[in-house]
Ligand binder design. Sequence first.
Ligand code: ADP
Ligand code: MG
Length: 406
Amino acid sequence: MKTVGILGGGQLGLLLALSLSRLGARVVIYDPDSSAPARKVAWKSFQAPWTDLNALKEFAALCDVITYEFENVEISGLKKLDLDGEKPIYPSLSVLATTQDRIFEKQFLQENNLPVAAFFVVQSYDQLAKIEDGITFPCILKTATGGYDGKGQFVFEKRADLVAFIKEKPLPILRAVIEEKLPLYMELSCIVARSADNHECIFPVAQNTHQAQILDTTLMPADIPAALAATVKDIALTAAEKLNLVGLLTCEFFITRERGQSTSSVEVDGYHVFVNEFAPRPHNSGHLTMNATTVSQYDLLARILLDVPMVEPRLLAPGYFCLANLLGDVWLAQGTEEGAKLNLQALKTHVDVVDLVLYGKESARAGRKMGHVVSYGVSAKEAVEAARDARAALGQAVSVRAGAAQ
Ligand code: ADP
Ligand code: MG
């Protein structure tokens, strides 16, 4: 029996652990948070900081192979253990180093002629002040490391905003990229699975919407022309190959109808395609593969980690599946912060909701990903509306009843 270590024990780790268990593996979770949801389904779990060498050593000693479920894992400790030599870490630490740092990630895109929005690398406030002249607006500054769900991002609509930022110095150390804010037509993502023997599989393209920079809904398959889907898949596969990746690579894309400042965008039938960023792990937009495709992102990663041959994912139905994230806000709207206390009765009348996944997080906070619903529709519009309506109903469930009681 193989033992797989997962660094990070959030919902992605939880769902990966279930797929691993179905293939007979044991799972060990390592997470600094004592209430990480994946602990529930793990054989063993560690609670220690990313930099605790002793704990990392103990963890690694139990594992045959190691992966991670979020890219902000600190790699300094892992590098010291030199695990890459002894126990495989998939994807490799060099892939993690490139994709967890926006400067390296953008440089990788540029060096490999992959399409990316126009950007500058920023290494200090002084240097930013020097290049300020050449920057056009609107633009977005993103810290090189540590950002997720829009954290570590600053939007500058006009030059005065950037000048004020340089004056105020809100971040203790400035290491960032500053990129063109694109007039987005849509956002897409695509997940590639690649095994140690270079076998590649690719999932159908997903179409994403964001609210306050957090993923709000995902539609699978994306409602886009076949030529655009083919281009996006081609770029995702090229990126995975160039990274020499073993594991999953999620590639996020921006699509515009205008060329923008970048000279590297790829055009297909009037759509301009840019790579936004990579995640070398299962992805929120890939939850849908548990419903929409014959094999899920978690199943394929489990197969790669356990050296089981992969199968190409195929769409299961002629229609569309839509995921709507349930953030802590839904709990708060029902007047509770307790994760277990969501009232689900409103789903009774939402017959197109074909799946509900609750991550088992103990406490709900605004913006925290707590679960998701998945709907099925014959058309993209029907699927999206069904998922949004169901979520709205959950958010209203208790407040409506409380109102009626008054
Ligand atoms: P995160 O790591 O938080 O996912 P992203 O770079 O993907 O960071 O940004 C989150 C969201 O913010 C994107 O999905 C998109 O909706 C918006 N965004 C980010 N960069 C740009 C940009 N250059 N132009 C327009 N919108 C952007
Ligand atoms: Mg993103």
